[in-house]
Ligand binder design. Structure first.
Ligand code: FAD
Length: 473
């Protein structure tokens, strides 16, 4: 695009969304172009902030006509370099942050219709005000948007009971890559009228179209919730505890997180003000949450009987049960501060993987040993949503090795971990997505048949290839 047509393109954008909502100064664009993990900064022609679906559609039509790539962006908390553009400066960033209205809430149908730019915590709060629960919960909930959650099919801490974002969405409104508006905002639990188009856009990371609104599923708010931290010997014991609690508590078990001792050491050193519940260091910990639709005493009775049995049968070493919501928050804070402590301690090599739950102890033993052989003394920061088979399996440098120097081994480390994931029939991305970061690994680990089907879908829905190019495929 020549200088004159580039200027004309910007003028058209301003005519659609208003001059104040087309950002072009380098300094003003900087935050929109920075990857959350601080690994990379992209470049863009402009950051565009439309107000509503009609403006989104007009912007996409303009871009399609001019062949300008579009990078949809929500809260920019994604961890795989999906919501920032490349360094060519060709793309626009399309920020959905001004589409932030809660459109309707239907308690009897247990649904809520929201704009894509609504912050997750605001959606949770709106559900709570109506006496209901929107169960999607993750540490970035104060700044991530529902459009981003849907586009990455985010998981979080309540998947065990309520499923991931896909399971919490009944309908979508989407602006297609041609700039048409698809009104698929159906609030139906059953709808077998052909291909499940909604499912294509969920988890597509903005590569097929722009999600502008969604119908979300709500649940009755639990009447009692209890949290406990259980200390254990090994990942195998943690798995035994999961099975024991699932057998005794069924659907009341709403959270089950694994944290290794290294994780809590890291949190203690980076955030010394956070209280540590055990005087003694234990090899592994499970953070357990139970919810009851009956009452707090019911939740307490279930939890105490489950943990009591685990202690009695030698599955668990020790346990603390939070006796107030403040204490429960304190236990969850330990879990939520692990990624923040890692970021503060220096960059490491992260993996967001999922495995058949039964294989997790063997996977950890096998892969820890393989990494130790290749990089003696490397530090494994292993935590995650064990109840969903999802591990955040992160590799930090050995003592005395600079973080930057260790990052040079990223490809070799990824290969060891992802080859093990494939050998154990797992997935190289459980909940964060592929973005630009895992594209090469996706191509290496997925079958040609599956990749061909994905390319065919991309070509059918985005024939010009303008939607978030360079991400996923
Ligand atoms: P962005 O980062 O802005 O975008 C993510 C992707 O979605 C990009 O590819 C972008 O192009 C696309 N996109 C965004 N909005 C739209 C839209 N409206 N239409 C089309 N495409 C769009 N993730 C989990 O799953 N579970 C966790 O437990 C979890 N914990 C986290 C903890 C921390 C501290 C942080 C920083 C992140 C965590 N994440 C987690 C990752 C991240 O929060 C999620 O991926 C979140 O869903 C991203 O939402 P966002 O609005 O920030 O999206």
């Amino acid at each position: 695009m020549g200088d004159t047509s580039a200027q004309a393109f910007l003028q058209h954008l301003r005519a659609i969304v208003g001059t104040d909502h087309v950002v072009t100064h380098e300094a003003d664009m900087a935050t929109y172009l920075a990857d959350w993990r601080g690994r990379y900064n992209g470049r863009a022609r402009a950051v565009v902030l439309p107000l509503d679906t009609a403006q989104v559609a007009a912007v996409v039509r303009l871009c399609a006509g001019a062949g300008v790539p579009i990078v949809p962006q929500g809260g920019r908390t994604g961890l795989v370099m999906g919501s920032v553009p490349d360094t060519s400066g060709e793309a626009i960033v399309l920020s959905l942050r001004r589409l932030n209205r809660i459109r309707t809430l239907d308690p009897a149908n247990r649904t809520m219709t929201v704009d894509a730019g609504c912050i997750l915590a605001d959606i949770q709060a709106a559900a709570e005000r109506a006496g209901m629960l929107f169960p999607l919960s993750l540490a970035a909930e104060g700044s991530c948007t529902i459009g981003g959650n849907l586009s990455t099919n985010a998981g979080g801490t309540a998947v065990l009971r309520y499923g991931n974002t896909r399971a919490l969405c009944l309908g979508l409104e989407v602006v297609t890559a041609q700039g048409d508006i698809w009104d698929g905002l159906r609030a139906l639990r059953k709808d077998n009228t052909g291909y499940a188009l909604r499912e294509l856009f969920i988890g597509a990371e903005g590569t097929l179209g722009v999600i502008t609104a969604a119908v979300l599923t709500l649940y009755p708010a639990p009447r009692g919730m209890l949290t406990a931290l259980v200390a254990l010997d090994s990942p195998r014991r943690v798995l035994e505890l999961l099975n024991l609690l699932q057998a005794r508590c069924g659907a009341a078990l709403t959270g089950f997180e694994l944290m290794s001792a290294v994780c809590l050491d890291l949190v203690a050193s980076e955030f010394p003000a956070l209280p540590q519940p055990f005087a003694e260091r234990h090899p592994q910990y499970a953070l357990v949450e139970l919810s009851s639709n009956e009452s707090e005493p019911h939740a307490q009775a279930l939890l105490e009987s489950g943990i009591g049995a685990a202690l009695e049968h030698g599955v668990a070493r020790d346990a603390v049960v939070a006796t107030s919501s403040q204490q429960a928050l304190g236990l969850w804070r330990l879990r939520e501060h692990i990624p923040l402590a890692q970021a503060a301690a220096g960059k490491n090599i992260k993996h967001d993987i999922s495995l058949p739950i039964s294989t997790i102890p063997d996977f950890i033993a096998h892969t820890d040993a393989a990494l130790e052989r290749a990089f003696p003394g490397c530090v494994l920061v292993t935590f995650g949503h064990l109840g969903d088979g999802n591990l955040h399996y992160n590799v930090a440098p050995p003592a005395g090795v600079a973080h930057a120097a260790f990052l040079l081994h990223q490809d070799a480390v990824n290969r060891i971990v992802h080859d093990a994931v494939v050998a154990f029939a797992g997935s190289i991305s459980a909940e964060h997505g592929i973005g630009a970061m895992k594209r090469a690994e996706l191509a290496r680990t997925k079958s040609p048949v599956e990749l061909d089907m994905m390319r065919a879908i991309k070509a059918a829905l985005d024939p010009l290839g303008i939607m978030n190019p360079g991400k996923i495929l």
